[in-house]
Design a protein around this ligand. Sequence first.
Ligand SMILES: *Cc1c(COP(=O)(O)O)cnc(C)c1O
Length: 361
Amino acid sequence: MTDKRVYNFSAGPSQLPMPVLEAARDQMLNYNGSGQSVMEMSHRSAVYQQIFDETKADLKELLNIPDNYKILLLHGGATQQFGTVALNLLHKGRADYIVTGQFSGKAAQEASKFGDVHIAYSGKEGGFKHIPSQDELDIRDDIDYVHLCNNNTIYGTEWNYVPDTKGAPLVVDMSSDILSRPVDVSKYGVIYAGAQKNMGIAGLGVIIIREDLITPHKENIQVLSEYDTMVKSDSMYNTPPAYAIYVLGLMLKWLKSMGGLEEMQKRSVAKAKLLYDYLDNQDFYIPHAEPAARSNMNVTFTTPNKDLDAKFVKESIEAGMVNLKGHRSVGGIRASIYNAMPIEGVEYLVDFMKKFAEENK
Ligand SMILES: *Cc1c(COP(=O)(O)O)cnc(C)c1O
């Protein structure tokens, strides 16, 4: 039990910035003089419509989304899009998937229910420590799209280039690094992300889709998975995840007040560098990802053995840091340092790591 806020290194749902939590608290009982909380209001009301419209406009501004892209704010987080993308974008019935971790593997598996899925690269045998170079990708001709996952939350690897897809649209799962750096949206056909890593709370999927990829109404797709209907109804065919959209809006306003994505990139790079510089200059911890593939969002490493991993996690909790335990498929330690993690939290973690290494050598 503690009455203080902890440093939360969770991979998701993750820590939110204090100003976002405070705004949600202050507006909880009476949003903007409406006499209601956002949780209670009709999604068809003028007061909610304004929240919704501003959220979309702020996302467009922050990510510099071109006019020929639509923004959807839908239920089901990122996973719902694994199948939805395939259902909407498969016309020839062929898609290539680059598998650099568990989520891209799941996306490929889901899409294979609906079409001919070819694995253009798999990092599985190498323990998902690597991001492939262009030469390592086996991309077919005549496909509907190529799919990749931009940041591999579980393994701590991140793409730092946009591969050539031989003209096929590129679909990218950006769940764990969206809004951490500027991206050139025009290089992608579809960007999708669950909100709870870097931009809000769980249950909301943000989808940014190039207009020409929204194909006309298909009778054989369940309606909530149909981009055409969702675009035409502006994500409100049914009740949208209204409160999660509101929190996204608060996050976007906070990001704007902080200086936007260039500033977030500077901060992310500085935070990650603190950890990686330390890891590269000691011989107790073993970093997981290859140096060239390292993520600025999720930093993964192990101690010399499983017992010490467990001891590290236990003592880190006692020191006021939570959720540093690595994903069950990798073990070890994972520090997720998304937008909301202040640099002081990372400095505190590095000091703890140094002390723990000294004590347990
Ligand atoms: C967390 C995560 C997902 C799954 O998100 P849900 O919102 O739980 O469906 C998918 N892809 C990546 C890269 C993630 O980090």
